[in-house]
Write a protein that binds this ligand. Structure first.
Ligand code: ADP
Ligand code: MG
Ligand code: MG
Length: 540
């Protein structure tokens, strides 16, 4: 028997089986869970802004909705209007007409019980006069804004004195629990990085699967990687995009710092270009991925973050076939209007074959290095080679640098069509200022993206052109990740411990709350019949 193959098979089976959640089993595991009492201090330290509590945090949002729906008809209407509005926005054809008629009948007729009676001034006029003819985005946005203004006033104040808000504080207390290895089951290794491996994990009480990127503390210290590890974590927890991996938890054990992220079980794009049948990715998929990648990059740039590691290997697919950028280990935040200044050799970042001319010439650079690398990546998805480096070509870095600086990009592969060639050429302009995207123009208006409806794409509503099979593991065999390198025993001092603590902040609010809701834990614990203390107590 091939023992290595057997090991791999066992690891794959356990990993695939874990993804088939057994809800009855899970419910049994958590009958004893109860929500803690909020400590006095936690309520005071809490961020009490309306946007944070009632809009950004999923549990706060849900409890605020419940509060509104349990109040008077006016509050009920204010809760329902934004929901129906967003339903209309994303609906198509017949469904859209229906949504429109419903909004007009429910919210705009003074005799309806859901009439938006709280509106005043201009918004009230617009609402009353809304009809089939003037039903447009702008008018509705104005009513929506006026609704928000209303909600953040009296309703929000009342909410904060209600049992619903006490519940919210209980959840916030629960959210602060200390996270350790015991919180998860661990499955097979999915990939390997510079400071350790990435494996699949599952939260015991919710069944939620994640990927855990483990950074070896000794190796980090030896190579001075601490600063970038912390930066990676801080940027990951700040981003909020469908096209960038989300961070759910960060914690540490004796030997590793751990980043727990969305599990992307469809494999990375490099794997898809080179390891699955015919090389390259067909045009329909490639356009879809490029649209998502571009939106992800624009999101980073809007936060003044330069990604610096754009390449197919760092773009991962999820179970549905949508992709996200991962590996923000080289990302940096730019102070407004500044460039990244390259002191000799330092600040030199990226991967051979994807680095822009300005990086290679050690000039100052900005966000446009990401557009260059995207140009190289699109080229690679079509041709299964890089513009200045052939697949598996043994070539010195100096020669790749020379070609990048001097040669024109050639399009010899049969799959290049006109729009694709044009887009790549614009991303591969050697001068930063001539490059598409470098002066804040939006690359998504290029005709290459003609078939993509970006509104729907950003709402996650465009069907992926290809869906990973649920019984296939899109990763190399486990034995290919075995680690033979010795890590010597490195001692940690007080400064190291301080850094480990700064890194280990536990659950990330938005992602954790979403997990509680998706897994049903929120509904189970929120039901007053199921857990001893109901909603009677009022927070003082
Ligand atoms: P490094 O910064 O050391 O390159 P990465 O973050 O790129 O580490 O992770 C290494 C590899 O682990 C990736 O190439 C990928 O194959 C796998 N991997 C990383 N993140 C995930 C994830 N969220 N889901 C699934 N696999 C992942
Ligand atoms: Mg990587
Ligand atoms: Mg990295």
């Amino acid at each position: 028997y091939d023992l290595v193959g057997l090991d791999n098979l066992v690891a794959n089976t356990a990993y695939l089986r874990a993804q088939q959640v057994d809800y009855d089993e899970l419910r049994k595991r958590r009958v004893s869970l109860t929500l803690p009492k909020p400590k006095n201090s936690s309520g005071l330290l809490l961020d009490r802004k309306y946007e944070s509590v009632c809009e950004q945090q999923p549990i706060g949002r849900k409890l605020f909705q419940e509060f509104l729906l349990a109040s008077n008809p006016q509050y009920v209407a204010a809760a329902e209007f934004p929901e129906e509005l967003s339903h209309w926005r994303f609906a198509e054809d017949e469904a859209r007409e229906k949504a429109k008629r419903s909004i007009l009948a429910k919210f705009c007729q003074p005799e309806s019980k859901s009439f938006l009676s709280y509106l005043t001034g201009e918004a009230a006029e617009i609402c009353k006069n809304l009809s089939n003819k003037n039903f447009d985005e702008e008018a509705l946005e104005q009513i929506k804004e006026a609704t928000r203004d209303f909600l953040r006033g009296k309703p929000f104040l009342e909410f904060m004195k209600s049992p619903f808000f006490y519940r919210f504080l209980q959840w916030k207390e629960y959210e602060k629990q200390k996270i350790t290895n015991k919180y998860f089951y661990e499955f097979r290794t999915l990939g390997k990085g510079g400071f350790g491996e990435v494996c699949a994990v599952q939260v015991k009480y919710t069944g939620q699967m994640y990927a855990c990127k483990k950074l070896d503390k000794s190796r980090l210290k030896k190579k001075g990687g601490e600063r970038f590890a912390l930066l990676e974590k801080q940027i990951l927890e700040k981003v909020n995009s469908l096209f960038i991996v989300n961070l759910a938890y960060s914690y540490n054990d004796k030997t590793h710092l751990c980043l727990v992220m969305d599990l992307m079980n469809g494999g990375d794009l490099k794997f898809h270009i080179y390891e699955l049948g015919e090389r390259g990715i067909r045009m329909e998929r490639l356009i879809y991925y490029t649209a998502q990648i571009t939106t992800g990059i624009l999101h980073l740039h809007s936060m003044d973050v330069v990604y610096r590691d754009m390449k197919p290997e760092n773009v991962l697919l999820d179970a549905k076939g949508q992709c996200r950028l991962s590996d923000l280990g080289l990302a940096v935040e730019l102070p407004k209007g500044r460039t990244i200044c390259q002191k000799k050799k330092k600040g030199f970042a990226g991967t051979t074959g994807y680095m822009a001319p300005e990086i290679l010439k050690q000039e100052n650079y900005r966000i446009s290095v990401d557009w260059w690398a995207l140009g190289c990546s699109i080229y690679e998805m079509v041709a299964a080679r890089l513009p200045f480096k052939d697949f598996r070509e043994k070539v010195h870095n100096e020669e790749v640098t020379r070609r990048t600086l001097e040669d024109e990009c050639k399009f010899e592969h049969k799959n290049f069509d006109d729009p694709t060639k044009d887009l790549i050429s614009r991303f591969l302009r050697k001068k930063q200022l001539h490059r598409l995207g470098s002066r804040g123009e939006d690359p998504r208006s290029h005709r290459f993206f003609q078939s993509i409806n970006f509104h729907r794409l950003e709402a996650g509503l465009v069907e992926p052109p290809w869906v990973p099979k649920s019984n296939v593991v899109y990763a190399r065999n486990t034995d290919e990740f075995r680690d033979n390198s010795e890590v010597e025993n490195i001692k940690f001092d007080a400064k190291d411990e301080k850094f480990f603590n700064e890194f280990s902040t536990g659950a990330v609010s938005v992602r954790w709350q979403k997990e509680m809701i998706d897994s049903g834990v929120f509904d189970e614990l929120n039901d007053p019949k199921l857990n001893g203390h109901g909603c009677e107590s009022v927070w003082t």
